[in-house]
Design a protein around this ligand. Structure first.
Ligand code: ZN
Ligand code: MN
Length: 493
């Protein structure tokens, strides 16, 4: 980017993404990982860090982590091990986090991303590593007037996380967002994580700095790690703010860099600014060392192959298949697939019944997506089944319903929970007798001589104005049939 005073800069972004793995139990004990339970009810001596309690690795977490690594094109090394990361915080009762330091479970992968509307992956973002670690608890601050009370809920302590670290390959906030979208899509598609930022099952830290080109030389601003962003939109805004802030800071200090050390800044969504949290924090500060309570894990080639074979279709493959199997455009396939696994399944269930992928694609992108957005529901909670949607669409294909009547039926199904036939009955939709329809058309033509006149003068479209009128007199009149009848009758007048 070129700034108003003529200097060119490059934005350097690396993302650290923590995703909470979907497992029944915690990483090193048998406690439940279910979200939303009463505080401190899902704990035991292991995750509370009681002396003498010993951790045992959760096989399901290993499985899911390997699956995630393969979905991110990572190499899965034959051996992985556990390390203690020491730090003090009230929500970390052991005084250390069990994590992975030098031998992570996933190494060197990549993710191909596409900026919106550009089709499938034209930028490759390298992934440095992805390691397994346990989560900490949650501090709950009571900020009501006069209260300075903090309570701690340790239910989340020991929940499995996969920390996915990208190389600093991202060059703009838009690329960062595209990367996060693709990452989330893959993780949710394979059932690896819910990736709900609101529930904390996906958390993003962004490392941002600038390369400023001055007199043929490149000056790097100190790296800032931004934390506390609670949506992908917030990540985008925080990065854009940070780019401006670092550039301004460089200008204000007389275009020199005095301190190269990394700092951590928080994001304030209200003010749209980042603020200083911590200075100078290096990995050596954590005093990592191998956890003596846990054996290293060996992962056989056969096991990796088995997991690879269990993965099935990835989102990119589904996009391609939709184009060939259902004849829909690349853009349409992208919109549907990018909504996630539940949406894909709902769409395919409807197509299986109605047999018309294109019609279903149009309905899913308009009516169904609009309903989901308006009602702010998850696709999994969509009130109409794929089968029922298929039956509805089939009625359009068979000519039993026109599009606008089908929309009435769809709305009735949403409002009342009736099935297709019950909704058609409730709305009083009946097939209109052809002689009745013909009578209606004759009436309209004789009442509107100017339309007949216009038609004879070569204005074919004049007929169109009568279709709306026919619909008003009899809502069950099929517009297509009405048009055909009008054209037939007007020729005989
Ligand atoms: Zn426990
Ligand atoms: Mn971490």
């Amino acid at each position: 980017m070129t700034h108003s005073d003529g200097y060119t800069t490059e934005t350097i972004i690396g993302l650290e993404v923590h995703v909470q793995l979907k497992t029944n139990t915690k990483l090193f004990c048998g406690c439940s990982t279910t979200f939303g339970a009463a505080p401190n009810t899902q704990v035991c001596p292991v995750c509370l860090g009681h002396p003498g309690a010993l951790p045992v690795i959760n096989e399901q977490a290993l499985e899911v982590a390997i699956k995630a690594g393969l979905a991110l094109n990572c190499h899965i090394p034959e051996m992985t091990k556990w390390d203690r990361k020491q730090y003090f915080y009230p929500d970390l009762p052991k005084g250390y986090q069990i994590s992975q330091f030098d031998l992570p479970i996933c190494a060197e992968g990549y993710l191909d991303i596409a900026l919106e509307g550009k089709g499938d992956g034209d930028r490759r973002i390298r992934i440095l590593r992805a390691h397994l670690e346990e989560d900490a608890g949650k501090s709950m601050h009571d900020e009501s007037a006069g209260q300075f009370d903090t309570r701690i809920d340790l239910n989340r302590c020991g929940t499995p996380l996969l920390e996915i670290v990208s190389q600093p390959d991202l060059r703009s906030s838009q690329e960062a967002k595209a990367y996060l979208n693709e990452l989330k899509l893959r993780m949710t598609h394979l059932g690896i994580s819910d990736c709900e930022m609101q529930e904390g099952s996906l958390r993003v830290d962004a490392n941002v700095n600038l390369h400023i080109h001055v007199d043929g030389k490149k000056i790097a601003t100190p790296i800032v790690e931004i934390k506390n962003m609670n949506s992908f939109r917030a990540v985008e805004r925080a990065i854009d703010h940070e780019i401006d802030r670092q550039y301004d800071a460089w200008e204000e200090t007389g275009k020199t860099i005095n301190d190269e050390s990394k700092t951590t800044r928080g994001w304030d969504d209200q003010t749209g600014r980042t603020f200083l949290q911590r200075e100078k924090e290096e990995s050596a500060d954590y005093r990592y060392f191998p956890d003596p309570d846990l054996l290293p894990v060996r992962i056989s080639k056969e096991r990796i192959e088995d997991i690879q074979n269990s993965i099935g279709e990835m989102p990119g493959e589904v996009r391609e298949r939709f184009q060939t199997q259902y004849g829909i455009k690349a853009y349409d396939a992208e919109v549907i697939v990018n909504q996630g696994r539940d949406f894909i399944d709902l769409y395919e269930a409807a197509v299986a019944v109605c047999g018309d992928g294109k019609r279903a694609s149009a309905w899913f992108q308009q009516d169904i997506l609009r309903t989901i957005n308006e009602q702010q529901i998850a696709t999994a909670d969509f009130p109409i089944s794929g089968n029922a949607l298929g039956i509805l669409l089939l009625k359009i294909t068979n000519g039993d319903l026109d599009n606008s009547r089908a929309r009435d039926v769809f709305q009735h199904m949403l409002d009342h929970g009736d099935d297709v036939d019950a909704s058609i009955d409730a709305l009083g939709i009946t097939a209109v007798d052809s002689s009745e329809l013909e009578g209606l058309c004759r009436d309209l033509l004789s009442e509107n001589p100017h339309v007949v006149e216009d038609y004879r003068n070569g204005k074919q479209q004049a007929i169109g104005s009568l279709i709306g009128q026919a619909k008003k007199r009899n809502p069950n009149a099929n517009p297509k049939t009405v048009r055909e009848l009008l054209l037939q009758i007007v020729e005989t007048l």
